[in-house]
Each structure stands twice: as structure tokens, then as C-alpha cells.
Design a protein around this ligand. Structure first.
Ligand SMILES: Cc1ncc(COP(=O)(O)O)c(C=O)c1O
Length: 366
């Protein structure tokens, strides 16, 4: 099987090797502080007895699953604590394909590239549903693409790369399509704390035996290196997902789970609000410069990303490399996210140098 290395790594490597100063707007690694209680939890952990350095329960620490369950209004038994949202998505997609309903996974275009990568790895096939220019998804288009071949519909809100936030009626509509065709809606909500619009609606708001919600703390707590995420399964689907998780991982990091639990209990809403405010400021700075450069762009309603289109400068890997060499700014090629954005570039606003990057781009495209 051909496991394609995500393009993201290739662009980062090219930028690292450039030999001059390049502003990294490729990765989704937050540059802001994790919650103080997260750091405190990790410090405390170092002094625990040896037994706390042994395997955690495979499905996750009970206290963490209970904390998540209380916040999300589900039963702790439905939760598997995973090695980030990435593993949660893998478990969810594998579980949907195991139902033997079909091998097709409905994805959006543009798409977060790990979804088609996982689909291929799991032996499934991709079918794409277009979103509109703002990244909005119409459940009627998903319904039109669904068939007996469909195993799952995978969506992401707030969205990477478009920054779209799907409103409650979209989420209800998507759950409705999943039920109508008896397929699984997988809703990846890893950017839920970066909803800048106030319109975010979790798929959990519509109770259903046909939806799996995935999430994690990589983005919300600025800890992509800690690798703590989770999936919430319908009761009928959870046992097999737990087995797969156990066979693949044994369990997830115990110190990481402890620190996340500590942070969940002790971090107030002001931490998340501060991060959203920072992001709002960066969106303004960056889009002002894009205006000055005469670029077209989508203003994100959530997540960390801005997609931009510069006249006569399609979003190919070659052009991304040229931008690294000639402007000192690294973004992602739009065509990594699907056919519809091949003219576009994606910039991640997770660098303190957003203003400088914006100036470089404005000067380069002047
Ligand atoms: C849409 C989406 N899902 C999942 C992930 C991976 O998250 P985690 O670090 O929790 O595995 C990312 C990371 O960029 C993402 O953008």
C-alpha cells in the first residue's frame, strides 16, 4: 500500500533547509502558552510513585473520561481517550468501515488531507462533496452524494483549512442524512475553542446512534506535543473501537492525561477567551495586509487558518517553494486540500510574526 507522507512535512523541510529567515505559517502548532494548570500537572507528575508511571487503563483515566463526559453530556463509557484527535479520527473511520455498509467515505472539498490519507490506509474510497466559496456545507449536497456504498461522512467544524463554522441547522441536517442512510457522521471538533463567530454547534447537540464526535486538547490547550484526544461513540459502537485502540496503542500517555485533567478542572474561560482575542487580532492584521496586496481571501469564522489567492500565483507546491525562497514566508499549497482550492494558499496564524509575514507578502505581491 502506498502511504503518502503528508505534504505538510515536505514544505516544513524545504523551509528549514532554505538557509535564510522564513516565517513558518505552515504548521498548526499554537505559539501561545498552555494553561498554567497544565504545566503544574506535569511538574507534579514527576514526583509521583513508580506505579503512576505504568500503563493507564487502555480506554483512558476514569477521572478524565468522567470529566469529559460531564462537559459533553455523555456517558463516560462512550469515551475512548486517544493519542490525539488524529487517532480518534482513525478509530472512528475504522469503526464506520467495519460496519460493512459500504467502503465509501464522504469528505468535503476542500478537505483536511489526513482524512483522505486515512481512508486509503483503511481500504476505503473517497467521495468528495463541494463546499461553497466560504467553506459552507449544504447537507442536501451530502444527501445527494450518499448511497448504499457510503460508510461515513467526515466533517470538521470549525474547519481546517477554510475557517468555516457550521451552524446548528447544518449539523442537524448532517446527522439527519447519517440516520437516513444508516451511515456514521464523524464530526471532528478539535478547533471548537477557536470559534470566533459564536455560531459553533457540536454534533453532540443532536442525539443519535449514527454519530461519532472526535476532539482533543492539542489546539484548545496549545499542546500538540502532549497527544491527548478523545472520541465519543454511540454505545453500540464503542466496544470494538476500544479493542482497536488497545491493540494499536495499549494506552495513551498517562502523565499527559493527568496534566490535561488538571488543566480542565482548574482553567477558567478567560484562558480560552484570551487565545481567541489573540487570533482575532491576527486575523485583522493579516487580512488588512492581504487587502493591501490585492489578494482574495476567506476571513475565518473559526480555527487558525486564512486561505488567500494571489492573481497569477496558483497554490502549487512549486509556488509555495518560490514564496519561501523569494518572500521568506512559508504557507501550504491549496491543492493539498483538494481540487477546489488549487489556486489558493493556506496560511496558519500561529506565529507571533503574523504582521511581519503580512508585510512581506504585501511587498512581494505589490
Ligand atoms: C482538522 C484536524 N483534525 C485533527 C488534527 C490533529 O489533532 P491532534 O493533534 O489532536 O491529533 C488536526 C491538526 O492540525 C486538524 O487540523
Amino acid at each position: 500500500m502506498n502511504y503518502e507522507t503528508p505534504l505538510f512535512f515536505r514544505v516544513m523541510k524545504y523551509a528549514d533547509a532554505a538557509g535564510h529567515d522564513v516565517i513558518d505559517m505552515v504548521s498548526g502548532n499554537p505559539d501561545w502558552e498552555p494553561p498554567e494548570a497544565l504545566r503544574r500537572g506535569l511538574h507534579e507528575y514527576a514526583d509521583f510513585e513508580p506505579d503512576r508511571f505504568q500503563y493507564a487503563p487502555s480506554e483512558g483515566l476514569l477521572e478524565l473520561r468522567e470529566e469529559i463526559a460531564a462537559r459533553r453530556g455523555v456517558d463516560a463509557d462512550q469515551i475512548v481517550v486517544t493519542n490525539g484527535t488524529g487517532e480518534a479520527n482513525y478509530l472512528a473511520m475504522a469503526r464506520a468501515l467495519e460496519r460493512d455498509r459500504g467502503d465509501e467515505i464522504l469528505l468535503t472539498d476542500p478537505v483536511y488531507p489526513y482524512y483522505p490519507g486515512k481512508t486509503t490506509m483503511l481500504g476505503g474510497t473517497q467521495r468528495y462533496v463541494a463546499t461553497d466559496d466560504e467553506g459552507r456545507l449544504d447537507p442536501a449536497d451530502v444527501r445527494a452524494a450518499a448511497s448504499e456504498e457510503t460508510a461515513a461522512i467526515v466533517v470538521n467544524t470549525p474547519n481546517n483549512p477554510t475557517g468555516a463554522v457550521y451552524p446548528a441547522e447544518t449539523m442537524r441536517g448532517l446527522v439527519g442524512v447519517a440516520e437516513e442512510y444508516d451511515v456514521i457522521l464523524i464530526s471532528d471538533e478539535v478547533y471548537d475553542h477557536y470559534d470566533l463567530s459564536g455560531r459553533f454547534a457540536s454534533a453532540l447537540e443532536t442525539d443519535s446512534a449514527n454519530r461519532i464526535v472526535t476532539n482533543g486538547f492539542s489546539k484548545s490547550m496549545a499542546i500538540t506535543g502532549a497527544r491527548v484526544g478523545y472520541a465519543i461513540f454511540p454505545p453500540a459502537l464503542v466496544a470494538d473501537a476500544k479493542s482497536r485502540h488497545m491493540l494499536v496503542n495499549v494506552a495513551t500517555t498517562r502523565p499527559g492525561q493527568y496534566a490535561v485533567l488538571n488543566a480542565l478542572r482548574e482553567t477558567g474561560p478567560d484562558y480560552y477567551e484570551r487565545n481567541r482575542d489573540l487570533l482575532r487580532e491576527r486575523v485583522d492584521t493579516f487580512t488588512d495586509a492581504l487587502d493591501a496586496a490585492g489578494a482574495e481571501y476567506t476571513r475565518p469564522s473559526g480555527s487558525f487558518y486564512v486561505m488567500a489567492r494571489f492573481d497569477g500565483y496558483p497554490g502549487t507546491l512549486a509556488n509555495v517553494e518560490r514564496l519561501i525562497d523569494e518572500a521568506g514566508v512559508a504557507g501550504m499549497p491549496g491543492d493539498a486540500f483538494g481540487d477546489s482550492r488549487s489556486e489558493w494558499l493556506r496560511f496558519a496564524l500561529v506565529t507571533p510574526r503574523v504582521a511581519e509575514a503580512a508585510e512581506r507578502l504585501a511587498a512581494y505581491f505589490d
